[in-house]
Write a protein that binds this ligand. Structure first.
Ligand code: PLP
Length: 384
């Protein structure tokens, strides 16, 4: 049975869950059909690196949840960042970026882009005057994270969008830690939003995927960059993400509620000397977070152990139910150690300046019963 026979055999029925199209290439009746697809006169697919049905479906769903006119999936969050940069910046241009970013993003800007003739100035984006000053030298992009990795500083997206636009620059927001459930940065004036879909949106630690979206006319250019540089997403990852997306709002709500409760509970536990959570009144961006985030303060939380690296190792051995797995957004609670994982290659002085200490543990809080997480944390903290 070929595909068209299968389609007619389905009659008026259709599968409730979407089909997975693993085909790398599509069969076409003749050259005229190929021309009609490439000229945009007819829908259809030719080669999966350029486009495939699972990416097309997922992109439409992601655009809706982000409040965007278009979205594009990529093979990872880093591919999303790379395609955004390659579509907007050429040799001789400049980027202004937050000095608090995921370590690999900082490395990309610091080590890879200079090889292509693109320089980046890093600024404290919480200091709007400093950011404004940095934008006085022409820059193509201002790059920030809505909630920064790992210490959860919150970006004043509307103010940063204003500053960027006054300087004829575009604001790119990495919304991975917040997800569109907490904030839709395009609505606050951002030009582009990217997400590491690998994390909360995928939600089950079984996909590596990224997304870029916007409300401008750059979709076709980004799609071309993504195809030519080989950043395209795989059908299976898109298919799995579609399932993850269905529960994103529920998961974020439940996980944020757990994180908020833990942020209150953790300061009273022995060995814990600092708790960082944007929902706490003592967080430096608490008021800003309350203004621009809706539906909670997120599922990410950090705490510091007085005993440093050795205490962290003991915690990891003792809290076996909170796996040390250096990612985030899993259904259940996991932990990571930014100093040796996501921010391993950040200059030690910069780490110290930001507060990424040897004792800092980053929790990605899950949706399990709060008491279960507390039990595990108690075990982990029993001898640190
Ligand atoms: N942005 C942030 C904030 C991240 O934490 C990560 C990965 O941890 C990325 C981007 C990169 O995403 P990916 O691992 O999907 O390439």
């Amino acid at each position: 049975m070929n595909d068209s026979q299968l389609s007619s055999a389905l009659g008026s029925s259709e599968p409730l869950t979407p089909p997975l199209y693993t085909s790398a290439v599509y069969r076409l009746p003749d050259l005229d059909a190929l021309d009609r697809i490439l000229d945009g006169k007819e829908t259809g697919f030719i080669y999966a690196r350029d486009a495939h049905p699972n990416a097309r479906r997922l992109a439409a769903l992601l655009a809706e949840v982000e409040g965007a006119q278009w979205a594009l999936t990529t093979s990872s969050g880093m591919a999303a960042i790379s395609s955004l940069i390659l579509a907007n910046v050429e040799s001789g241009r400049r980027i202004v970026a937050s000095h608090r970013l995921y370590g690999r993003t900082t490395q990309l800007l610091q080590q890879e882009l200079p090889r292509l003739g693109v320089q980046t100035s890093f600024v404290d984006i919480s200091d709007l005057e400093e950011t404004k000053k940095a934008l006085q030298v022409p820059a193509a992009l201002l790059f920030v994270e809505t909630i920064s990795n790992p210490l959860l500083r919150v970006a004043d997206v509307p103010a940063l969008a204003r500053l960027a636009h006054e300087a004829d620059c575009q604001l790119v927001v990495d919304n991975t830690f917040a997800t569109p459930i907490l904030v839709r940065p395009l609505e606050w004036g951002a030009d582009y939003v990217m997400e590491s879909v690998t994390k909360m949106i995928g939600g089950h630690s079984d996909v590596t995927l990224g997304m870029v979206c916007g409300n401008n006319d750059k979709r076709a250019e980004l799609s071309q960059v993504s195809s030519m540089w080989g950043f395209s997403s795989s059908p299976l990852d898109c298919w799995l993400t579609e399932r993850g997306l269905e529960t994103l709002a529920l998961r974020m709500k439940a996980a944020s509620a757990n994180a908020a409760a833990l942020a209150e509970w953790l300061p009273n536990q022995t060995g814990v000397v600092r708790v960082v959570y944007p929902g706490c009144a003592d967080h430096p961006d608490h008021e800003l977070a309350a203004r621009i985030l809706s539906g909670g303060f997120g599922n990410m939380l950090c705490f510091d152990l007085a005993g440093g690296r050795e205490a962290v190792n003991r915690f990891m051995h003792q809290a076996a139910g909170i796996p040390f797995s250096p990612s985030l957004g899993h259904t259940t609670t996991t932990c990571s150690h930014p100093g040796t994982t996501s921010h391993r290659y950040v200059d030690p002085a910069e780490k110290q300046r930001q507060g990424i200490t040897d004792g800092l543990i980053r929790l990605s809080v899950g949706i399990e019963e709060l008491s279960k997480i507390q039990d595990e944390l108690e075990k982990g903290l029993s001898d640190v």
